[in-house]
Design a protein around this ligand. Structure first.
Ligand code: CTP
Length: 395
């Protein structure tokens, strides 16, 4: 159980902080909510107090004998500010201590995650752009807001990312706290999910990959400071906050999107399950069962994206593949590493109840340098962090 401070500043999205609070407490953490005075105009202190079971005040002078303006920051394991208004970001940059939240930000030495929400004009103003850059340079995680409808009918970047995605980045930041932002200034590309190869407009050959491991890689890289492009094939998962998501369907789409994004990337991780074959023809209308006997489906080979990336990779880029194996896991993994030519291969044992569509994962990571790293069964975030540790060591 970690001690989490949830800062809430005064924007219309403050009501969504209630959901962030609920998800953090459900994850087993002790949450102390610190609203600003203006946040309390949107959501009452009683709501936060009842849900957190902790006192709620915006004022540094309440309970002054407990010195809350320094103690809360000093003892926090994680600070999440959602929503973070333009004003809050500016006070954080300036190092103000004019209310309890600002004072807490000034004393905190743990990971700090800001989820900004504001009108597009404010988000794009050079003052805010500069503030976000400074906070990131100081090691904070500042999520990019979502694009969508804002208050009063405006549409544009400025929407608070979903509570689920804020909490998943926050928890990844907590898990990666000891690593800091060791991927800051790095660009990484992650592919996730499973490709679909259509036979006709409604039927496809697909696979069981849910995309969870790839999404964990994307969000943990973002939490460690990387600029992340996630090429997502048919995953039904919420976009990780602060990550650029490119949606693809087939292996061919995925190949183009990954090659496009990986030109100037420092690392590329191919966690997607890419179909090795596709139907030789894709019927333009739905196949009918009245079409006499079922015709055998002729398949042709898809390009191997991982092998192509490895063969053409720029100097210094680290390429990581995944291997899903049901038998002779390590021997097949070693052979695959050599065949694909990547720097690291994460070897998973798959089958009923293993790896696919489950919350946890275990793996052995094989290195082209002969290294072998065992990652014991744990969360997909934990495996993701272990992969990034090995990538960082090779950058
Ligand atoms: N991969 C790829 N392009 C393909 C197939 C797979 O880039 N057409 C990548 C996957 O993203 C993964 C790795 O290759 O990182 C291993 O995929 P896997 O399906 O385990 O290997 P295969 O190449 O299919 O080898 P085999 O059929 O021998 O298991």
């Amino acid at each position: 159980m970690a001690r989490v401070v949830l800062g809430v500043s005064g924007g219309i999205a403050a009501y969504k902080a209630v959901e962030v609070l609920r998800l953090l407490t459900e994850a087993g953490h002790a949450v102390r909510v610190i609203p600003t005075r203006s946040a309390l105009k949107f959501v009452g202190a009683a709501t936060f107090a009842a849900l957190s079971g902790e006192p709620v005040t915006a004022d540094a002078f309440d309970d002054a004998h407990e010195v809350p303006h320094v103690r809360l920051g000093q003892t926090a394991d994680l600070v999440v500010v959602a929503p973070a208004t333009a004003d809050l970001l500016s006070r954080a940059v300036a190092g103000r201590a004019d209310d309890l939240l600002a004072a807490t930000l000034l004393t905190a030495r743990c990971p700090v995650v800001y989820a900004p929400a504001m009108h597009t004009e404010m988000w794009e103003h050079p003052a805010t752009v500069a503030n976000v850059r400074v906070l990131r340079e100081r090691g904070a995680v500042v999520l990019d807001p979502d694009v969508g409808p804002l208050a009063k009918g405006d549409v544009g970047p400025g929407r608070l990312p979903s509570p689920e995605s804020i909490v998943s980045v926050a928890l990844a930041a907590l898990a990666g706290a000891s690593r800091g932002t060791d991927l800051a200034g790095r660009r990484v590309v992650v592919s996730a999910g499973g490709t679909r190869e259509y036979l006709d407009p409604v039927r496809f050959l697909g696979n069981r990959s849910s995309g969870r491991q790839g999404y964990a890689l994307a969000r943990t890289a973002a939490a460690r400071g990387a600029e992340v492009t996630l090429v997502s094939a048919n995953a039904a998962l919420p976009d990780p906050a602060g990550v650029k998501v490119v949606r693809v369907v087939s292996a061919d789409d995925l190949r183009r999107a990954v090659l496009d994004a990986s030109n100037d990337a420092d690392a590329v991780v191919m966690a997607a399950a890419v179909a090795d074959f596709r139907p030789a023809v894709r019927a333009s209308s739905k196949l009918k069962k009245s079409d006499a006997d079922p015709a055998p489906v002729a398949l042709v080979r898809n390009p191997d994206v991982l092998a192509e990336l490895s063969a053409a990779k720029p100097v210094g880029q680290v390429v990581v593949g995944f291997a899903a194996e049901t038998d002779d896991v390590l021997a097949n993994g070693r052979e695959k590493l050599a065949r694909k030519g990547c720097d690291l291969l994460v070897v998973n044992e798959v089958g009923e109840g293993l790896a696919f569509d489950v919350e946890d994962n275990a793996a052995v990571v094989l290195g082209a340098d002969g290294s072998e790293t065992d990652v014991p069964r744990g969360s997909k975030d934990a495996l993701a962090h272990a992969v990034w540790d090995l990538v960082v060591a090779r950058l």
